[in-house]
Design a protein around this ligand. Structure first.
Ligand code: 26V
Length: 817
């Protein structure tokens, strides 16, 4: 920041200046008198006050980018799981305390306002939250990047638990208005669907289409302690004609608005489902809608400063967050070739230098493919382009492979078995200069298994960039007790350079620091205990181990393994109530995809098990099971800082990376986990003695499967496991409906136990005993917790974004003047 900027900022940051602004914004922004203002009005006025202070920085950043004609990154993602912005922005601007004081001086308690802000929950889970952490890091590092996505009117559904079952309610997050966005009615593009193609002279035209407008909404993303900001541009669908006037004039009002509604449906809601192919056509429309508007915006911005497309790849990088935005490839080809008359080969060369793609999952059912027939109907020109790309590509493969027909079939962009489908990941790889996985193991398996043919042909194209998380939100903001303790010890710079935390390693064994560390964790645990008592009516002992498994409910993540262990522990306590059990609170949180039956049954099982255990007087507070509803960014910010133990127990080879594992370790929780995803790198970073690793490795999983896995044998041979499974099968936890969980039993015992829960059970139970033993050795436990915090430097998303910027995007930070 220049001296003038700094002075300006400081002048605006005083309590007095903030108070004046809030009054002003209350009157002219909210349109209310302070006397009658409701809490929501105060939040709104305060948010506008913060926003005003961001806008000056935002314009400066945008101007600098423009003047320096820097290379820009377009980060395309169908999901951005941002959460709340108010506190985050205050901390980024360094005016948290001042705002608190300004509001207090007006008789308003800031702490009670912040919970009124709805989460921007425009994502499902890990992938969407990663995109949000990346925006934070790009802004903080001054990397010139834009996030592009969809402004869903309804975000991730809200989860209520009613009688132990998940109930979904719509998340209309814009109800009270969104103070963080700027509508840009002047930025609109037409997006076409349907129709047909015709050849005119030597060009293809796409005609007879229906269309919808995409209108931009911009959100400013503040960088931490820098004047740099970033823009998240989200598209909202607007009907091209407001009303069907002929119907209107005939008095048919319903039909008059119908067409408008149908076309605006495209940005109505987030697909709350990362496991089942529901509403596929609308989903395809969403994907195309968003990439078409984005590619048109990209071209318009490029053309403002360039008269030919010659330098396109020098000035623009396009990143695909998973395959959901892959249609950007044929769309940009179409725009360049059909609309701007760039020769095909030239356009394709540009594209191959501009695009990069991140794969986020190896699960076959999550790899996107689109029905050729549907593409032909909705996007006929794009299908032609994909076929043309494929023809060229297969010619190349054929020459390269010595006409290996089987390999050509496997690698083709079009799956020809049965109903023909386009393989979006293949298209992404062919068009990208770099393809990356999200942890070392995941990147290895990606090139060994699902993309093996591609990796053999183009080894230099494949790379790894391990995920990261923003330490601003996940430590500085979420855990004030721990972060202010760290500040006292090593200063505040760790927020921008997380490797600074290494210095804490030297404080292990320091009695004053250890006890302060324990006190900070204990405050977080008490805070959570208080919340659980107030909102769920559940009392928990803050001296117990707080054991958390928080993530989407999915069979591969193995919440069932955790539940089985809970049941076995319960049975042990009942058999030996006289023993000195180490008290535990096992907490679960996470949403099940609405159509995912088994995931919903797992939630119900957790509910039934917790009802039984929590009400058993023999157990008392030595074991409690709690399901925390509506897991999302804000709930995570509250519960993660209170964790002692972090459950990362997916079957090895299935969790691409995980990022909750990083958030928990950064907050001083010890991990109990398999050698999967980023757990492996966390283990290396914090030391094998500070983590509880158990279970089959990815290779051992393969071996076991190859030699014939027999779960029933494990059931028969392990009496404790057998008892727990029998209790599930016979209705011990569900006497009102004894067969409720029989599918769970059969899935594990008779139907193959696909995720090898039983194979890892004994090792898991043993590792849990080691957890107990370590926990009672308070000093040893705290030392390990500190080692975890100290070792997390490499898991900052600043490191991740630095890697992307250098190795993949080839962009540099904008230089401040
Ligand atoms: C797929 C679909 C398909 C249908 C509609 C909605 C939808 C939404 C998301 C997905 C893909 C899910 C992939 C995903 O979220 N992967 C997670 O990515 C995290 C960030 O890289 C990573 O830490 C997790 O391990 C990985 O599961």
């Amino acid at each position: 920041m220049t001296a003038v900027d700094l002075e300006f900022d400081q002048l605006n940051s005083t309590v007095d200046a903030l108070r004046r602004s809030i009054s002003n914004r209350m009157m002219y922004g909210v349109g209310k008198d302070a006397i009658t203002a409701q809490p929501r009005d105060w939040l709104h006025a305060a948010a506008l006050t913060v926003r005003d202070r961001l806008v000056a920085r935002w314009m400066k950043t945008t101007r600098l980018q423009y003047e320096q004609d820097v290379k820009r990154v377009y980060y395309l993602s169908m999901e951005f799981l941002i959460g709340r912005t108010f506190t985050n922005a205050l901390l980024a601007l360094g005016i948290y305390d001042q705002m608190n004081e300004a509001l207090a001086s007006m008789g308003v308690d800031m702490a009670s306002l912040v919970n009124l802000e709805p989460d921007a929950a425009l994502g499902n889970g890990g992938l969407g939250r990663l995109a949000a952490c990346f925006l934070d890091s790009m802004a903080t590092l001054g990397i010139p990047g834009f996030g592009y996505g969809i402004r869903y009117e309804y975000g991730m559904f809200r989860q209520q638990i009613v009688e132990g079952e998940q109930l979904e309610t719509p998340d209309y997050w814009l109800r009270a208005g969104n103070p963080w966005e700027f509508p840009r009615p002047e930025v609109q593009y037409i997006v076409h669907f349907g129709g047909r193609t015709v050849q005119r002279d030597d060009r293809v035209e796409w005609i007879d289409t229906e269309h919808v407008n995409a209108m931009a909404y911009d959100t400013v993303i503040p960088g931490y302690a820098t004047s740099a900001t970033n823009t998240l541009r989200l598209w909202s669908a607007r009907a091209t004609e407001e009303l069907d006037l002929s119907a209107f004039n005939k008095g048919d009002y319903r039909r008059a608005v119908e067409a408008k509604n149908t076309s605006e449906n495209v940005s109505r809601l987030l697909y709350p489902d990362d496991s089942t192919p529901a509403g596929r056509e609308l989903r395809l429309r969403q994907e195309y809608f968003f990439v078409s508007a984005t590619m048109q915006d990209l071209i318009r911005r490029y053309q403002r400063t360039h008269s030919t497309f010659g330098r396109l790849a020098e000035k623009v990088a396009v990143h695909l967050n998973d395959t959901h935005p892959v249609l950007a490839i044929p769309e940009l080809m179409r725009l360049l070739v059909d609309v701007h008359h760039v020769p095909w080969d030239k356009a394709w060369k540009h594209i191959q230098q501009m695009f990069s793609y991140t794969n986020h999952t190896l699960m076959p059912e999550a790899l996107e493919t689109w029905d050729v027939e549907m593409l032909a109907r909705l996007l006929p020109r794009h299908l032609e382009i994909i076929f043309d790309i494929n023809a060229e590509f297969l010619k190349h493969v054929s020459e390269h492979s010595g006409h290996d027909v089987e390999m050509i079939r496997r690698i083709s962009l079009v799956d020809e078995y049965g109903q023909r489908r386009v393989r979006m990941a293949h298209l992404a790889i062919v068009a990208s200069q770099k393809v990356n996985g999200v942890s070392k193991l995941h990147s290895q398996l990606m090139t060994r298994d699902i993309f093996a043919d591609f990796a053999k042909m183009w080894p230099e194209r494949f790379t790894n960039v391990t995920n990261g998380i923003t330490p601003r939100r996940w430590l500085a903001q979420a855990s004030r007790p721990l972060s202010s303790l760290i500040d006292e010890q090593i200063g505040t710079h760790w927020r921008r350079d997380l490797f600074e935390l290494e210095k804490l390693g030297d404080l292990r064994g320091d009695p004053a620091f250890t006890s302060a560390f324990r006190a900070a964790k204990r405050r977080n645990k008490q805070h959570l205990a208080h919340h659980l008592a107030q909102h769920l009516g559940q009392t928990v002992n803050p001296d117990a181990i707080f054991d958390l498994q928080v993530k989407r409910i999915h069979e591969y993540k193995r919440q069932l393994l955790n539940v089985l262990h809970v049941i076995v522990r319960y049975n042990r306590i009942r058999q030996h109530p006289e023993r000195d059990w180490v008290p535990r609170v096992v907490m679960f949180a996470g949403k099940a995809a609405s159509a995912y039956r088994m995931a919903k049954t797992i939630i119900k099982l957790i509910g039934d098990v917790s009802a039984k255990i929590n009400n058993d007087p023999v157990v008392g507070d030595r074991l409690k099971v709690v399901f925390v509803p509506n897991y999302g960014v804000s709930v995570a910010e509250m519960i993660i800082p209170a964790a002692d133990l972090s459950e990362q127990i997916s079957m090895a080879g299935t969790e691409a990376s995980g990022t909750g594992n990083m958030k928990l370790a950064l907050n001083g929780a010890l991990t109990i986990g398999t050698l999967d995803g980023a757990n492996i790198e966390i283990c290396d970073a914090v030391g094998r003695e500070n983590i509880f690793i158990f279970g089959h490795t990815a290779d051992e999983v393969d071996e076991l499967r190859a030699k014939g896995y027999r779960p029933r044998q494990l059931y028969e041979e392990n009496p404790e496991l057998r008892m727990a499974l029998d209790q599930i099968r016979t209705g011990f936890f569900s006497p009102d409906d004894p067969h409720r969980f029989s599918d769970i039993f059969h899935t594990l015992v008779d139907w193959g136990d696909h995720y090898m829960v039983l194979a890892d059970f004994a090792a898991f139970a043993k590792a849990q005993e080691e957890v107990d033993a370590r926990f009672v050795d308070t000093q040893a436990w705290t030392d390990s917790a500190i080692a975890n915090v100290a070792g997390m430097g490499q898991f900052s998303s600043d490191r991740t974004i630095g890697d992307y910027a250098r190795e993949i995007w080839h962009v540099k930070p904008v230089e401040e003047e």
